[in-house]
Design a protein around this ligand. Sequence first.
Ligand SMILES: [Fe+2]
Ligand SMILES: [Fe+2]
Length: 263
Amino acid sequence: MNEPGMFESKKVAPGITTLVSYLPIPGLGVLPVNAFVIQSKEPMLVDTGLAALRTDFMRELKSLINLNELRWIWITHADMDHLGNLEAVLAEAPNARVITTFVGMAKMGLQGISLDRVYLLNPGQSLDVGDRKILALSPPTFDAPETTGLFDQKTGVLFSADSFGAILAQPAENAAEISEQNLREGGHLWASIDAPWLALIDPQKFNNTLTAISDLKPQVILSSHLPVAAGMNKTLLDNLSEAYKTPRFVGPDQEALEKMMVA
Ligand SMILES: [Fe+2]
Ligand SMILES: [Fe+2]
């Protein structure tokens, strides 16, 4: 893969669909970039994909949901791989409100938009979407202070934002088909890029955050940066518990980049 690409959407749990895309990372592999639609009574979109794929993203999204009916757009955090099509979706979804935190609202420059289009939710708080409650939580790893994951208490699906992501050799249908070694090494590489502070942590304290996830007993983990992972809690948690041992990532410099471009 040389360019970002959108793949076919995939049903991953009852009433939950992933909008799948992949971003090539030169010299390293590919990064899944997922957004999700939850067909709750009050339908929700989780993150908004890559701006570079806007036409494909909007087409896939509209094939899943009538945007007039969309009520919630949960932005896990204000990175461009999560925000890419927010404006485009907001423009076509007049009844949708953006869920974020106070910091997220500031970072996205949403202060200017009407307050009835924003909804602030902190980790530990829940949102009632008609047929279920969605719990906001802090995922174990993150690259931005406003990050909130979410746990759908009806289906037991955990949306973990950047956490549990992995850089992969190639796209995959689901996390179970990735070899154990690739999943572990790709996960550690991603964690060393996305959460460089992991190298500084107290592993004992960090493990408490993993236990909190384990205690939720998610049926499925949906990371923004991993194919759907069903029944893989132990593997993913074990992998992340070791990620602090990977030195923080230092990317190619200009000279190395130019060599890569020639190659
Ligand atoms: Fe991020
Ligand atoms: Fe991300």
